[in-house]
Design a protein around this ligand. Structure first.
Ligand code: GLN
Length: 456
């Protein structure tokens, strides 16, 4: 814990931690020491972690990197973090992210972007750690904490993991409780571990997962011993390569990475088959209807009364002006864009044309995966991202849709509710890390982690 606290202080340029809790960390570390001495030491006893700012942590600022939650200190603890503290883990502080988890570069954060500890071989341009869990990824990659929590609605664990050379797992929808995690798109959001390697991901997932009566979508299934699933033996497993993921204009190095992954799995005894997921090309537009729709509804609660920031009002302003001014000041441009899109697609005149249509296409996307698994495929291998980390400011300047294209390989997994993992599996020509994604059967995270272990 002391080593991490020192490292965090020395790495303020990475802008990874946005709220520091050294006193709490030391108190938890001392309690962990006492537990270790008494012989009652669970796996995470004394392990210092960083927590994404989207998790409500009791008495500790929890702002979702938004100005509208300025000053908000929850009176309750999210289920996932409560379980971590019960396991003896230590909280170093809260980690930077895109505002309300909307973004792919961490640049929509009210604190400014987190910075990737990696640099291109031939220039010193500061790079994005990805998003929205960019602070989590930067902190783990720079050894500021032993592991971190992230959340993933459309790729926010897997894309930053790929950009920073770490492992990131999005569990099956329902595996981890969403209670106390600030909601973005409730039918897509899942918490998951961001770690140095697959074994750590297995251990951390075991502590984060489990049924919670406070979240009606959390599933009442036993939490298996994920670490015990890491046998390294994948002989006889069938791995699908989905042809629709071979995108037009895909960079050679991503193609080469994908082939390398395929070869590694084959050499380890897996059988490789081509699969078709025919509705893949509809995934991004479907996601960018459903996610903003749910976000516009979830974010209606920020009204200047119940949480955080309230605008200064003028003489004669009524409650409507208070809502309008508070929300205009409190939300950044990307969040406002999502609220407007979401409100539009849910409006009476367009509901059937957009939202209902998107829900139907979502079912077709899920069926594509169901069919592949029913045909005997155990896991699906794809690249995690269409490129390596890009420069800070590079994409934000472009049209917002260019940023959305980052999620092309990851959003399908959330729409289908499946587990997906990104593992560092190679480098680009500039020496930057690249990630491969494996997609698994629902609630088979153990098997998924086991296959992923072969790629690292
Ligand atoms: N980049 C995607 C978005 O902006 C995904 C974000 C996420 O997974 N939280 O919506």
């Amino acid at each position: 814990t002391e080593a991490c606290l020192g490292a965090i202080e020395g790495a303020s340029a990475l802008n990874a931690f946005v709220h520091h809790t050294p006193d709490l960390a030391r108190a938890q570390a001392e309690a962990a020491d006492a537990r270790l001495k008494s012989g009652d030491a669970p796996d995470l006893c004394g392990i210092p972690l960083g927590i994404k700012d989207l998790f409500c942590t009791k008495g500790v600022a929890s702002q979702a990197a938004s100005r509208i939650l300025e000053g908000f200190q929850p009176e309750y603890e999210s289920t996932v973090t409560r379980q971590l503290w019960e396991q003896g883990a230590v909280m170093l502080g809260k980690l930077n992210m895109d505002e309300f988890a909307m973004g792919s570069s961490n640049e929509t954060s009210t604190y400014g972007g987190a910075v990737n500890p990696w640099r291109r071989a031939d220039d010193e341009t500061a790079l994005t750690p990805g998003g929205s869990s960019g602070g989590s990824a930067a902190a783990v990659a720079a050894d500021l904490c032993l592991a971190a929590t992230g959340t993933d609605t459309g790729g926010s664990i897997r894309q930053p993991a790929a950009f920073t050379g770490i492992t990131g797992l999005k569990p099956t929808y329902g595996r981890c409780s969403r209670w106390g995690i600030i909601a973005f798109a409730s039918s897509l959001d899942q918490a998951g571990p961001m770690t140095r390697d697959v074994r750590d991901a297995a251990i951390l997932l075991g502590a984060m997962a489990g049924h919670d009566p406070m979240d009606s979508t959390s599933v009442d299934l036993p939490v298996p011993d994920f670490e015990a699933a890491l046998t390294g033996d994948i002989r006889g497993k069938t791995i699908g390569i989905p042809r629709e993921y071979r995108m037009e204009g895909m960079p050679d190095e991503i193609d080469a990475l994908w082939s390398d992954g395929r070869r590694m799995l084959e050499e380890a005894g897996a059988k490789i088959v081509d699969v078709s997921l025919p509705h893949t090309s509809y995934a991004l537009p479907t996601y960018y209807v459903i996610a903003p729709a749910e976000a516009s509804s979830n974010l209606a609660r920020y009204d200047g009364v119940r949480f955080g920031h309230r605008a200064r009002l003028d003489q004669g302003d009524g409650v409507t002006e208070m809502y309008e001014k508070t929300r205009a000041e409190g939300f950044g441009p990307e969040v406002r864009r999502r609220i407007m899109v979401g409100t539009y697609v849910l409006s009476a005149g367009f509901y059937d044309a957009y939202y209902n249509r998107a829900r139907k296409v979502r079912t077709l996307i899920k069926r594509d995966f169901d069919d592949a698994f029913a045909a005997g495929v155990d896991a699906i291998l794809t690249p995690a991202t269409p490129s390596a980390a890009f420069g800070l400011g590079e994409m934000a300047k472009a049209d917002p849709v260019a940023m959305y294209l980052n999620d092309v390989f990851t959003v399908t997994v959330n729409l289908a509710g499946l587990p997906g993992i990104s593992v560092p599996a190679g480098r680009d020509k500039q020496g930057l890390p690249l990630g491969l994604q494996l997609i698994g059967r629902p609630f088979e995270e153990g098997d998924l982690l086991n296959v992923a272990g072969v790629l690292e």
